[in-house]
Design a protein around this ligand. Sequence first.
Ligand code: MG
Length: 384
Amino acid sequence: MPSCVALIVAGGCGARFGAERPKQYLDLAGRSVLHRSVSAFLDHPDVSGVRVVIHPDMRDLYEEAVAGLDLPEPVAGGAQRQDSVRNGLEALAGDPPDLVLIHDAARPLVDAGTISAVIAALADHPAALAAVPVADTLKRGEHGVVSGTVDRNGLWRALTPQGFRFQDILAAHRAAAGLALTDDAAVAEHAGLPVALVRTNEENFKVTTPEDLDRAERIVMSRLGDVRVGQGFDVHRFAEGDHVMLCGVAVPHDARLEGHSDADVALHALTDAIFGAIGDGDIGSHFPPSEAKWKGMDSVVFLRHAVECVAARGGMLAHVDVTIICERPKIGPHREAMVARLAEVLGIDPSRVSVKATTTEKLGFTGRREGIAAQAVATVRLPW
Ligand code: MG
């Protein structure tokens, strides 16, 4: 199997889009456009590594956009796309892969089949690009009036990834410096390399306008059509202390909650709800209380792990709803902080987080102030 590195080109400043940040750094259904583009290659079994080329001024946006992904240091791009790609290739030249796939960061919906097909084409050709045959009749226009019909026969739209045998494209890019070619296949053509056309699908489009981003979001959501609801319940008893942990927030009280970890009963119920939604055991099976290392543990660690389990399955959290059941402490004054904390840990918008509280009218163990109960519901969307 030849080694194959993906070079993700994210060097643009995206002025065309008119948004507050370049399009590759915008949110697309809970993850950045760049995160999705990079993940498509990181997750592909035939891709051994990923390097991203960025505009050096966009370092902070980059870090935010790829948070959680295991990536080497990004490469600083150049003035034009062609310069950025050449910089990326030069950065790989010290430890050159056999093959390189060059991909636009603004094509977040590239599928594994397209990546496989481009790699496969490189067995017989030094270069190959993802492309779509032109289906519409093409018109040439002048001043808003048709001046001619272009024969579409044999015409293709060039997309990415574009794949190359590494040494060939490195040499071609070095030779083409300053020529202002608009894609890497053109650089290969300029060097006289035959370029194979690999038919891709229409969903591998480039996010260029706000309408494109809406369309991409609809496609992502339609791929996450397996909607699951999980529920969780937990109880901890009071012991001597001066505060309780609830939803990751320290709430002053005349007792603490007793437990192996920090006894955050609300986080335990919520963590179980998420495991329930994905059918992946419960908090006890992931973090056995018999293991000393979880003693006194911040329960946010448990919740984060549940969120990672959802992400590992390609899913997303749509909504959580937590109900805390006790007479005291009063939850109301802390509710906003709890929602903010949960939203941060879950990586979702606060509008998708609900924290509620109720008493049991002085009935039962919560009514007698012996402890706190919590229940939670989590809605998760998974790929079919
Ligand atoms: Mg518990």
